[in-house]
Design a protein around this ligand. Structure first.
Ligand SMILES: NC(=O)c1ccc[n+]([C@@H]2O[C@H](COP(=O)([O-])OP(=O)(O)OC[C@H]3O[C@@H](n4cnc5c(N)ncnc54)[C@H](OP(=O)(O)O)[C@@H]3O)[C@@H](O)[C@H]2O)c1
Length: 326
């Protein structure tokens, strides 16, 4: 039996990644891929690497009989879309925006959204009707901190620097994704105020309720198109060996999150659903580095991982993707 899939926001980056992954998913059948800008056009006219691979055409509406609908819309637009379009209760929603990620936003028009970070909420995701897929920075940073929180070892301020590629900003053009601006350039944005801090804080508090650590997060724009490299450090009484063992144990059953013995770099994970972590101790500071592909583990790959869990499939189905190391 195949899972009938609908996608809304079809011309965007995360929707394109979903189509690429789901075309090769043995239990998924792509139905309507809804686009407000491209209805009637072949998918490959927008996602042009798909030429020769699919003759699917963008639709103007969902078919109505989908088992799962992925909402790939900008922040605020998922709520607006759901207000205008009623979906059957039996249709699962996986939303990629930040509209339903926080506890205060998790209930909407009778739907309950579960925060879709499998390494944190696997069993709740398996029972969920609807999923709020995590943010990309939030995924990389939480995976770097969850084992410490579960052990009650987040006892001091946490400092985070994380750099992202230009696809993190979506497909629409702006000055900071213009080639002339972005290439050979680095900059910061939203220092100490990035919107992902909310969901990171709630997940850490879920594991360590007495959490009082402040998080200081500086996001960077990088001179590349895909990926996130995060470096996270906090004072710790754990030795390097104790910390590595803690991380290995926490992620023992997580098929996509691996603790590396060696230092890590971005190209090990770009185009894959993997998160690699590396743990080191310098004096009092525990340094955790974390790498993901913002569009795969940070968005559409994780969304498919969540779909697999929702439908009782092995978590890795359709996600055996290959890194472009060279
Ligand atoms: N990019 C990432 O790395 C990343 C990672 C994690 C989460 N996310 C989140 O995932 C969501 C989609 O991101 P994206 O990168 O795919 O964005 P995107 O490339 O800008 O695509 C969003 C799509 O939404 C549709 N759209 C635009 N304005 C709309 C409106 N006012 N009302 C309804 N639909 C509208 C458009 O598709 P049509 O023209 O086909 O309708 C557009 O292509 C965002 O909430 C983003 O924050 C993105």
């Amino acid at each position: 039996m195949k899972i009938k899939v609908g996608i809304v926001g079809g011309a965007g980056y995360t929707a394109g990644e979903l189509v690429r992954i789901l075309l090769h998913h043995e239990y998924a059948e792509l139905g309507a891929i809804v686009s407000s800008s491209n209805a009637g056009n072949p998918i490959y006219q927008v996602h042009d690497d798909l030429v020769g691979e699919t003759d699917l055409v963008f639709a103007s509406e969902l078919a109505g009989d989908e088992d799962v609908v992925f909402l790939c819309l900008g922040h605020g637009n998922s709520k607006a879309w759901l207000t205008k379009h009623e979906l059957p209760e039996t249709t699962h929603i996986i939303d990629l925006s930040n509209d339903f990620r926080l506890e205060a936003d998790a209930e909407f028009e009778g739907r309950e959204f579960v925060y879709g970070l499998p390494e944190l909420n696997r069993s709740q995701i398996q029972q969920a009707q609807s999923i709020a897929n995590p943010g990309c920075f939030a995924t990389a940073i939480q995976l770097a901190l969850l084992p410490l929180a579960q052990a009650g070892k987040l006892t001091d301020d946490v400092h985070v620097s994380a750099i992202t590629g230009s696809t993190g900003a979506g497909q629409s053009l702006s000055e900071t994704v213009h080639f002339s601006w972005r290439t050979n350039n680095v900059s910061i944005y939203k220092p100490f105020t990035h919107q992902h801090l909310g969901e990171i804080g709630e997940s850490l508090a879920q594991l360590q309720p007495q959490l009082e650590s402040a998080m200081h997060f500086i996001p960077y724009r990088g001179n590349f198109s895909r990926g996130i490299f995060a470096s996270v450090y906090t004072p710790s009484d754990l030795t390097q060996e104790e910390a590595r063992e803690l991380y290995q144990k926490f992620y023992a059953d997580a098929p996509f999150t691996t603790v590396s013995d060696k230092e890590i770099h971005l190209k090990q994970v770009v185009n894959t659903n993997k998160c690699l972590l590396h743990v080191q101790k310098f004096g009092k500071q525990l340094l955790i580095t974390s790498v993901i592909d913002n569009l795969v583990k940070g968005a559409s790959g994780q969304a498919v991982q969540n779909m697999n869990l929702l439908f009782g499939l092995p978590e890795t189905t359709g996600l055996g993707l290959k890194a472009g190391l060279f």
